[in-house]
Design a protein around this ligand. Structure first.
Ligand SMILES: [Zn+2]
Length: 166
């Protein structure tokens, strides 16, 4: 009789533990699926904001009458701005032109950096990478709403503040 009761208790405990384990698996699965979905949604939002920003930058080029071309080879550069400079170091931006690698065509970062060069050259006669990044950052923040800036927070930091690109 004692043996039977012990067996009954053991079986009951085993079933309860097993049910708890199943519940744990179920909730873990649900939570990880939710997290996965949130990450995916954020990524989609980020891509959408990047495409919008890129389009605004392209519009800006046309507003400033800066020809923009996409190339499949620019040597080691991801993009550059071509302009005339005379022997005295005077800069002429009238016939300048921006070229960006085709693979960066749908991302705003390289184009923003090159427009940053344009603004820095035009406003301050400064041709440094740091000033181009600073201007690019200011320009992007100006073109983005606060929420959009939050979407692209990492990109703005990486591309314009911490990693000075050439
Ligand atoms: Zn540059």
């Amino acid at each position: 009789m004692v043996k039977f009761i012990a067996l009954l208790i053991f079986t009951a405990l085993f079933i309860i533990t097993f049910i708890c384990f199943l519940l744990y698996l179920y909730f873990t699965l649900i939570t990880s699926k939710q997290i996965e979905k949130e990450i995916q949604l954020k990524q989609e939002q980020r891509t959408k904001t990047e495409i919008n920003l890129n389009q605004k930058l392209i519009n800006l080029c046309s507003l400033f009458s800066i020809p923009l071309e996409y190339k499949n080879d620019l040597g080691t550069a991801a993009g550059h701005i071509l302009y005339h400079q005379d022997r005295k170091g005077r800069i002429f931006l009238d016939n300048c032109k921006i070229e960006v690698l085709e693979k960066h065509q749908n991302k705003p970062w390289v184009l923003a950096h090159e427009i940053g060069h344009y603004i820095a050259l035009n406003k301050l006669k400064d041709d440094t990478e740091e000033m181009a990044d600073q201007m690019a950052n200011e320009l992007c923040c100006m073109l983005l709403s606060e929420n959009e800036q939050k979407d692209l927070e990492i990109g703005l930091k990486v591309y314009f503040k911490q990693e000075g690109r050439r």
